[in-house]
Write a protein that binds this ligand. Structure first.
Ligand code: AMP
Ligand code: MG
Length: 342
């Protein structure tokens, strides 16, 4: 299949792009598009056959559900069996934006996009291209990240082109993805709201809006054997570069000492800034001086490690709270849960 690639120009010409993409979506095709978090790979959410193509294009396990993207809050009532007050409070406060809510689903939402769960994940993105695509196409768009399953999520159009060209109908290019990690997912289908995936919207922000929330323990580590995941996304290895990555959870001094003792000619360092590497004679990549920069750079840096052929990587450990928790959660999976704590 030839993939149509179109770049947003912010002129009248863009109308044609949305028209073409809308036609493809309504006909059951696949369109990749930018959002404020990462690029998404979209299909008509209520067309089970169309969304099945997403799984094939990504090589995604069929029990890993998709997020339904909407352009209007009222769509909640169309898709969810119950809309709790807390969902309305969060929608008012954080939508459009990087927040996904899990609610009990209506029958019209096909089981094929919920991994057979009785719940549906819903998000209203703020990125103007995503919002306009949903609005003008007239369909709800089911979308996971637009990468090959298992690889780092795509934060640039070139990542999508590398992973999916020839496998999907269209890619809308607009390099203004700015958060860089996927949406925060909160499960509102049970008594106490539970954060299933950390993101730019943090637990503190939720608690200010709706009171007590829980962070699912799987966020900080791997699932224990025999535990059934609440979100199938939690059970798969994710975001991983080819290199063997180890997180060094320590002070800067201890990181330097560890690297001096254990590094060799195959080692690449993944650090916050250049100055972390003073006195260390090894190639390095920087991924940002603070939580927000790290969120934005992480996936691109993980792909860069592959491009430079890195074999063994020692990574400095991000913060484990606020937006840092979102970074830590992704890096932990990229590292296959290998952490050295000093
Ligand atoms: P991504 O492929 O990165 O866009 O991720 C979509 C995420 O949403 C996956 O981690 C899914 O497990 C999660 N998700 C989608 N629908 C549900 C649901 N009904 N219940 C729990 N998690 C969900
Ligand atoms: Mg993904």
């Amino acid at each position: 299949m030839e993939t149509i690639i179109k770049k947003i120009t912010h002129t009248e010409e863009d109308k044609k792009i949305y028209e073409q993409a809308g036609q493809i979506l309504r006909a059951g095709g696949l369109v990749a598009f930018p959002t404020e978090t990462v690029y998404g790979l979209g299909a008509d959410a209520l067309d089970a056959k169309a969304s099945a193509k997403i799984y094939a294009a990504k090589g995604r396990p069929s029990d890993n559900p998709l997020i339904v993207h909407i352009a209007d809050v009222n769509a909640l009532y169309d898709l969810a069996k119950e809309v709790p007050d807390k969902a309305l409070v969060l929608a008012e406060k954080f939508w459009p934006g990087p927040l996904t809510m899990i609610l009990k689903k209506k029958d019209k939402v096909p089981d094929s996009i919920t991994g057979g769960l009785g719940t549906v994940a819903i998000r209203m993105p703020s990125h103007p291209v995503a919002a306009e695509l949903i609005r003008s196409s007239g369909v709800y768009i089911a979308a996971p990240s637009a990468n090959t399953s298992g690889k780092p999520s795509p934060t640039r159009a070139e990542h999508v082109i590398n992973d999916l060209s020839g496998r999907i109908d269209m890619i809308i290019q607009d390099d203004t993805v700015d958060i860089g990690v996927e949406s925060t997912i909160i499960d509102l289908s049970e008594e106490v709201p539970t954060i299933l995936r950390p993101g730019y919207i943090t637990q503190a922000m939720f608690e200010e809006a709706i009171g007590k929330t829980i962070i699912d323990p799987a966020i900080m580590g791997s699932l224990k054997e025999g535990v059934i995941p609440k979100a199938p996304g939690m059970k798969y290895k994710h975001y991983a570069p080819k290199a063997d990555v180890t997180i060094i959870d320590s002070s800067l001094e201890a990181f330097r000492d560890y690297v001096k003792a254990h590094g060799d000619k195959d080692t690449t360092l993944m650090v916050f800034t250049d100055s972390d590497c003073e006195g260390l004679d090894m190639p390095h990549i920087c991924y940002g001086a603070n939580d927000e920069e790290q969120a934005k750079e992480l996936f691109d840096v993980l792909r860069d490690l592959d491009d430079i052929g890195a074999k063994k990587v020692y990574a400095r450990c991000p913060n484990k709270d606020g937006v840092g928790l979102a970074v830590y959660n992704r890096l932990l999976r990229a590292a296959g849960f290998q952490v050295v704590t000093l």
